[in-house]
Structure formats: structure tokens, C-alpha cells
Design a protein around this ligand. Structure first.
Ligand SMILES: Nc1ncnc2c1ncn2[C@@H]1O[C@H](COP(=O)(O)OP(=O)(O)OP(=O)(O)O)[C@@H](O)[C@H]1O
Ligand SMILES: [Mg+2]
Length: 272
């Protein structure tokens, strides 16, 4: 699991490229975003005036019942879909200002996406699936393959690099999808139930990899039904019928606990 942390290059570029995205303090901003699917009687308001910011170093868990709009939210954040109303800003760029090509380029460079149904290419091996987005983005094949091998190692799959998805278990396929999302310098990681097909030990290991990437400066949005995985996030937002109904506060830092201790005086130690 240490391959990512020992890689020579930083997973998130620090000022290497002078794009607006590098200067942006918030990697993802949703401002009163509404997404309506269908028309007329079949109209579904999948998201209803959602506002949410996710900054570098921040992992936000999204929870909510089936059909509450979680995947719709991730698709908008990942530039795979466009809002009916409101503004989506990714890496400082208003997604509505881009055409389909521009959205694809933004997505390839900045967004790592773990889809709910994996979306692996069956004709490509694991390592080819993982290196594909880097090769499409112009990274030389040899470097892209090296990055892909490191990402596969990070999810414990380096020994299956040459296997095709159809010859893997569901959990192994899911880990290939996660490796593809974290390969290269991705700034925004979007994961839709990334641990759904994994046993608890592997699920935990995958959460650790996501957490490491976020701690290195990426922003993460994680859809999960599992409170243990949400506990890896800095905060959790809850969706119901396309609306954000609740949001937990930030994860308590050790310094906060110390502040609380000193504020309460030392007469009881009850805060411990
Ligand atoms: N392309 C579409 N056309 C019409 N309705 C859609 C479309 N995509 C999603 N919906 C509807 O929008 C709502 C939100 O769907 P979404 O996939 O975002 O839910 P979800 O929270 O991800 O659910 P799950 O936990 O089951 O994955 C649902 O009512 C769904 O039926
Ligand atoms: Mg979904």
C-alpha cells in the first residue's frame, strides 16, 4: 500500500502549470445547482438547488437513500453532465463556459472518477485501463504505464496488471477502477460507492489510499452507504430527494480537542 507515498513525483502538482485551476482555493464549487432529468410528466428533479464547496485536502462523504441524487451530483462534479440551473466550478473553471471537448480535457486532467459500475474497457488489461487516461492526455506510453503500475500497486493489484477485467472478481475490477481514478496528478477525486464490492479489509485499504491522495492536496467526494467509510471523510453531507438535508461538521482535530479541554477548565476532565 506504500507505492503511492513513495512515488518520486508529488501526486498533485504544486504550481507546475500556470492554469487558473492551480490558483483556485476551491477545487469543486456547486452553487445552487439543479438537475432535472426528462420532461413533462416524466420529469425528475434529481438535484434541487444544491450548494457545496470542496477544497484541497478535503474529503467529503455523500450519503442518502437510493435515488436521492448522489450519482447525479458526482456526474455534474465530474463534468460528465451539465446542470439545468446553477453553477458548477471545477478547478476554478466554470464548466458551463466549456464545450464538450473542453469538458473532456478538464475531466481527463483533473478529475479521477470511480464509477458505480466501474466502466472498465473489457478489451484492455488492468494496466492498460489504468494508463489509458494518461495516454489520452499525451503522457508517453512508458511513463503512463509506470504510473499505472504504481496506482495498481497502491490498491494491491500489481500482480494482476496483465489480466482482463472479465477474468477478475468484482472486487478486483473495482480496485482497477480506483487505480484508474488516482493515476497521475488528479486534483479532484470522485468515487461512487468505491467499496461496494470489497470486503471490509480491502475496503479499508482503499479508503486509506483515497485519504492519502486527499491529504496530499486533492479534493475528494465520496458516495457511500457505509458509516465506517464516511468516518474517513472530513465531513458528511446528506441528500434526500435531490436536496441537501444535513451536513455534519468538520472532523475534530486534536487541536480542537485541546481547545475544548482548556475551555472547560481542568476541574473534571469530562471531555475525555
Ligand atoms: N438519465 C436519467 N433520466 C431520467 N431520470 C434519471 C436519470 N438519471 C437519474 N435519474 C433519476 O434521478 C434520481 C436520482 O438518481 P441518482 O442516480 O442520482 O440516484 P442515487 O442517489 O445515485 O441512487 P443509488 O443509491 O441507487 O445509486 C432518481 O430518481 C433517478 O431515477
Ligand atoms: Mg448512484
Amino acid at each position: 500500500m506504500s507505492a503511492l507515498t513513495t512515488r518520486p513525483s508529488s501526486p498533485v502538482p504544486s504550481g507546475a502549470s500556470p492554469s487558473r485551476a492551480d490558483a483556485a482555493p476551491v477545487l469543486l464549487r456547486l452553487d445552487r445547482v439543479t438537475r432535472v432529468h426528462g420532461t413533462g410528466a416524466g420529469e425528475v428533479r434529481a438535484l434541487d438547488a444544491i450548494s457545496l464547496d470542496v477544497g484541497p485536502g478535503e474529503l467529503v462523504a455523500v450519503m442518502g437513500p437510493s435515488g436521492s441524487g448522489k450519482s447525479t451530483l458526482l456526474n455534474l462534479a465530474g463534468c460528465l453532465d451539465t446542470a439545468t440551473d446553477g453553477t458548477v466550478v471545477v478547478g476554478g473553471v466554470d464548466v458551463a463556459s466549456l464545450d464538450a471537448r473542453g469538458r473532456a480535457a478538464l475531466r481527463r486532467r483533473h478529475v479521477g472518477f470511480v464509477f458505480q459500475d466501474f466502466n472498465l474497457v473489457p478489451a484492455l488489461t488492468a494496466v492498460e485501463n489504468v494508463s489509458l487516461p494518461r495516454e489520452l492526455d499525451g503522457v508517453p506510453v512508458r511513463s503512463a504505464r509506470a504510473e499505472a503500475t504504481a496506482a495498481l500497486a497502491a490498491v494491491g493489484l500489481d500482480d494482476l496488471a496483465d489480466r482482463f477485467p472479465d477474468d477478475m472478481s468484482g472486487g478486483q475490477r473495482q480496485r482497477v477502477a480506483i487505480a484508474r481514478a488516482i493515476v497521475g496528478p488528479r486534483r479532484l477525486l470522485l468515487a461512487d460507492e468505491p467499496t461496494g464490492a470489497l470486503d471490509s479489509v480491502t475496503g479499508e485499504a482503499v479508503m486509506r489510499v483515497l485519504r492519502e491522495r486527499v491529504d496530499a492536496g486533492a479534493a475528494g467526494l465520496l458516495v457511500t452507504h457505509d458509516a465506517r467509510h464516511a468516518a474517513w471523510a472530513d465531513r458528511t453531507v446528506f441528500l434526500k430527494d435531490g436536496r441537501l438535508v444535513d451536513s455534519t461538521g468538520r472532523r475534530a482535530e486534536p487541536a480542537d480537542l485541546l481547545d475544548r479541554d482548556s475551555a472547560s477548565g481542568d476541574e473534571s476532565g469530562a471531555t475525555r
